[in-house]
Ligand binder design. Structure first.
Ligand SMILES: Nc1nc2c(ncn2[C@@H]2O[C@H](COP(=O)(O)OP(=O)(O)OP(=O)(O)O)[C@@H](O)[C@H]2O)c(=O)[nH]1
Length: 297
């Protein structure tokens, strides 16, 4: 069989399941996932290398109407990924009704002139008849190159999905080394692990107000000491993150420490510091400093 390789941008509204899908396709944890909207902030390229195909996935932040500077950066990154890709995979949550957010995405893909594949996700949550009706509704909205029902969570239909993706990739050799699964460095991945633990434990505005930076990494005897700074918008958020008697921050630290220890396969101690940086999400320099990609228009 001919060898193919290329880029697939995964777009969709917040919470549709992009990160879960990427992790399921790659069989490893590259993008972080949580039940809070807008978990993903960078275009994480997950790479799947198979004997006859190399798929490079651009995971994008959920497209939504921007409200703040950070929202605008997130959207811009998503559009850049769409422009760079050979095909676009639009993932929707089948349990959600078609809304203004979808209209917003449709407007964007109408002028794209490249294959757009609709992934109808979370099929494990709806009965067959409802799924059929949904598929028909979506077919009328746009001339999709393919429509593929999937369950990212259960891994259902992912084999077929890969076949569909392969159709739209150009012939060519692999673009990245076979063993590479992500173009993000280790420090970024470790920060994402810490951020994920925060997202699972907090709610309301905190998940959107948090950035994590690895400040120091130091060998102490057999142990690796990693110091992270967690940046929040306001003093009150700092209080919540630290928690009563330090309970919250301890829980975050222990959960992240366990995962990082397994990832690095060695003894690790985590130190977490919480810093208040008022209104950082509206400051471009700060967004950059905290490791969120700012791409050129
Ligand atoms: N039942 C079910 N739940 C799913 C499925 N896919 C994702 N989820 C859940 O939906 C939620 C959102 O999934 P994510 O993968 O974080 O969504 P995302 O689109 O990456 O979200 P953002 O990064 O915020 O844009 C999580 O709680 C997932 O466990 C699925 O196929 N079935």
């Amino acid at each position: 069989m001919t060898h193919k390789s290329g880029f697939i941008a995964i777009i969709g509204r917040p919470n549709a399941g992009k990160s879960t899908l990427l992790n399921a396709l790659l069989g490893t944890k590259v993008a972080i996932s949580s039940n809070k909207p807008n978990t993903t902030r960078n275009n994480i390229a997950g790479i799947l290398t198979e004997p006859d195909t190399q798929f490079v996935f651009l995971d994008t932040p959920g497209i939504h109407k921007p409200q703040q500077q950070l929202g605008r950066v997130l959207n811009k990154n998503a559009y850049n990924a769409m422009d760079d890709a050979d095909a676009v995979a639009w993932i929707i949550d089948v349990t959600q009704n078609f809304g203004p957010g979808d209209e917003f995405v449709l407007d964007r893909i109408r002028n794209l002139h490249k294959p757009v594949i609709l992934l109808v996700n979370k099929v494990d949550l709806v009965p067959k008849e409802k799924l059929l009706r949904k598929l028909l509704d979506w077919q009328e909205k746009f001339e999709f190159s393919d429509i593929v029902p999937v369950s990212a969570k259960d891994g259902e239909n992912l084999g077929e999905l890969k076949e569909v993706f392969r159709k739209y990739l150009p012939e060519g050799p692999s673009l990245y080394p076979e063993e590479m699964i992500s173009d993000h460095d280790l420090a970024f991945q470790l920060c994402e692990i810490v951020r994920e633990k925060i997202l699972w434990r907090t709610h309301e505005e905190i998940p959107h107000s948090v950035a994590v930076v690895l400040e120091k990494s130091e060998e102490r005897g057999r142990k690796l000491i990693l110091s992270f700074v967690i940046i929040v918008d306001r003093n009150s958020q700092k209080g919540i993150l630290i928690g009563k008697g330090g309970d919250m921050i301890r829980s975050i630290r222990l959960a992240a420490q366990t995962e990082i220890k397994n990832r690095l396969n060695r003894p690790v101690d985590l130190e977490l510091y919480v810093r208040v940086e008022p209104n950082w999400r509206n400051k471009e320099a700060k967004i950059k400093e905290f490791g969120i990609d700012l791409q050129n228009e």
